[in-house]
Ligand binder design. Structure first.
Ligand SMILES: Nc1nc2c(ncn2[C@@H]2O[C@H](COP(=O)(O)OP(=O)(O)OP(=O)(O)O)[C@@H](O)[C@H]2O)c(=O)[nH]1
Ligand SMILES: [Mg+2]
Length: 584
């Protein structure tokens, strides 16, 4: 199936032509038929000579109903532009064409109707010249009469040729079905219709409502008036939603593949074409079947930030249209560059942002997104419309490679600094590192830790004494051999010198967790702390310094700083009378 929207000035014969081609009535409302004028969108379809199907979205031409017209053409990639031979090019011929151009519609046909009333030549020439200057380019033209049927076979053949030129729809893409109608069918409940431009819908599918994120279930599916188990793009579809009240959704809503769209109320966009000098501060953004008021903030020469009155499921690269409803004027097309742009809080942020935007063209670009966002979840990028084909660094986090390298270097520096500042601690707590590096997830810290660093008991430190320089490792071994059975005796200063343990060596051993420094030149083996707590816990509580010293079989030189360290760690508590208890 292919879907084509009509376009053209009021009364130029769009609906008559659709009726003549399909035998179906596009003007659904009694009021439309009474007034002989289309007010809202109409839908009709027919089989073409090739055997293919064309479905029409018939739009109103009256200037009052341009918003309805835009809801119809928004999701449709091809247009049938209708101009009356006897009236020629008119204001809404121009406005509709401007809308198609703004949306970047590239496929179309010109039908010059009412050719029984006047020579179609001048209207055809004028219209073709106007159309040629837009995204549609040079289009085939057919003169027809809805009254006599003249030209209809040629128009059918031209529609067939147009269908053959349309790009293949991407049926693997996620579904974003912009709702153009919603109504209730007795016994079935809520039904919505729309043009499925990409993806595939099946009965039983779970979708979500763009406005509320609410899950909805496809209970039934119709296309071209027939129930079907599934429908693939491009198609006109009617979707029956299980258990969704009718007032939950309407035109401008969208049914979405869950988890595949970001709902955004601020986007940075590029204005298409030659941007007019200044846009009004408020406009209406038309995209898909939606129309949302926006505030416009200029950034660069052709880039602006739009703040939407309500969030929409937009993707990088989306085309949309800005219209000034007060002036009945299509201000121009936009292309979405960023659906999750950074806030512009700092001075100069807007100018800097303009420079970034100048480099973007709306084509999803993973490397560029990573460079700008530095760290981002894969799922978040997918929801922006950026395909992800990179390995995560941790969980589903993706990182810009240069930024990731810098983070790794900073982590090493932070750990070293922490070791210098807290030589008695066996490494830097992972959470402190996470905060220091301003990382959003502990998993990222863990992924950044590389040998000789390692994570042990929630801290990042040097791997172990094995990683120590040879002479220091040897000296530590000798301390172990000599003091292993009297763990609370610290080597005297001259013994340390003999062992080759000067301040720097001790520092390295302490950083590696191979020695514990209680005070200058007072070191113990690292297990001494836990052992001491065990011994002290065996004493009658509270105990005095002297009792502790005796129980530990050590001197005041060790006992005083050891107990102070245990106090700091919360293993012991010092009472007002200087006695202590072990905290259990
Ligand atoms: N003689 C003649 N009259 C036509 C032809 N096509 C349409 N008309 C008449 O023109 C009038 C408007 O036709 P519609 O088909 O309603 O025009 P429209 O473009 O759908 O109008 P809107 O939907 O209101 O924008 C009607 O009175 C039609 O009968 C034609 O080919 N020849
Ligand atoms: Mg009509």
């Amino acid at each position: 199936m292919f879907v084509v929207a009509t376009a053209g000035h009021v009364d130029h014969g769009k609906s008559t032509l659709v009726r003549a081609l399909t035998g179906m009535e596009p003007d659904r409302w009694a009021e439309e038929r009474r007034r002989g004028m289309t007010i809202d969108l109409g839908f009709a379809w027919t089989t073409l000579p090739s055997g293919g199907t064309v479905a029409f979205v018939d739009v109103p031409g009256h200037e009052r109903f341009v918003p309805n017209m835009l809801a119809g053409v928004g999701p449709v990639p091809a247009a049938l532009i209708v101009v009356a031979a006897d009236e020629g090019w008119k204001p809404q011929s121009a406005e509709h064409l401007a809308a198609l151009d703004a949306l970047g519609v590239a496929y179309g046909l010109l039908a010059v109707t009412r050719a029984d009333l006047a020579d179609p030549g001048p209207a055809t020439a004028h219209a073709r010249a106007e159309i040629a200057a837009t995204s549609l380019g040079a289009v085939p033209a057919v003169a027809v009469s809805g009254l006599t049927g003249a030209g209809l076979p040629e128009l059918r053949a031209a529609l067939d040729r147009l269908a053959a030129h349309l790009p293949e729809p991407v049926v693997d893409d996620p579904v974003r079905l912009w709702v153009d109608r919603s109504f209730t069918v007795r016994g079935s409940g809520t039904v919505v219709t729309g043009t499925l431009g990409a993806g595939r819908l099946r009965v039983g599918d779970e979708l979500e409502l763009a406005g509320t994120d609410e899950p909805v279930k496809v209970r039934g599916l119709h296309s071209l008036g027939e129930a079907r188990p599934e429908a693939a793009a491009v198609a006109r579809v009617a979707v029956n939603l299980r258990g969704t009240p009718r007032d939950r959704l309407g035109r401008g809503d969208a049914l979405l593949t869950p988890g595949r769209f970001h709902h955004t109320d601020v986007v940075d966009v590029r204005l298409a074409g030659d941007p007019a000098a200044a846009l009004p501060a408020t406009l209406t953004l038309h995209v898909g079947s939606a129309a949302v008021p926006v505030r416009v903030r200029p950034l660069g020469p052709d880039t602006v930030r739009l703040r939407l009155a309500r969030p929409l499921p937009l993707l990088v690269g989306d085309r949309a249209l800005l219209r000034d409803p007060g002036r009945h004027h299509v201000s121009g097309g936009v292309r979405v560059l960023d659906v999750a742009p950074p806030p512009l809080a700092r001075r100069g942020a807007a100018a800097a942002r303009a420079q970034v935007l100048a480099e973007l063209d709306g084509r999803p670009d993973l490397a560029g997104e990573l460079r700008r966002r530095r760290l981002v979840r894969a799922g978040a990028l997918v929801r922006m419309g950026v395909p992800v084909h990179a390995e995560p660094v941790a969980g589903d986090w993706l990182a810009d490679p240069a930024h990731w390298r810098r983070l790794g270097e900073r982590l090493t520096e932070e750990v070293a600094r922490h070791a210098r500042e807290h030589p008695l601690e066996p490494g830097m707590p992972v959470d402190a590192l996470r905060q220091r590096l301003a990382l959003p997830d502990r998993a990222l810290v863990e992924a950044l830790v590389r040998p000789p660093l390692r994570i042990h008991a929630g801290r990042v430190g040097a791997a172990s004494a094995d990683a120590l320089p040879e002479p220091v490792a040897r000296a530590v071994q000798r301390v172990r051999a000599e003091y292993g059975d009297r763990p609370f005796r610290a080597p005297e200063a001259d013994r340390l010198v003999d062992l080759g343990l000067g301040p720097r060596e001790i520092g390295a051993a302490v950083r590696a967790g191979a020695l514990l420094r209680l005070a200058d030149n007072v070191v113990l083996l690292p297990d001494a702390l836990d052992d001491a707590v065990r011994v002290l816990a065996g004493l009658p509580q509270p105990f005095t310094l002297s009792a502790a010293r005796q129980a530990l079989d050590t001197t005041r030189r060790v006992a005083v700083p050891l107990l102070e360290l245990l106090d700091r760690r919360g293993a012991t508590r010092r009472l007002p009378d200087d006695a202590r208890i072990v905290v259990t």
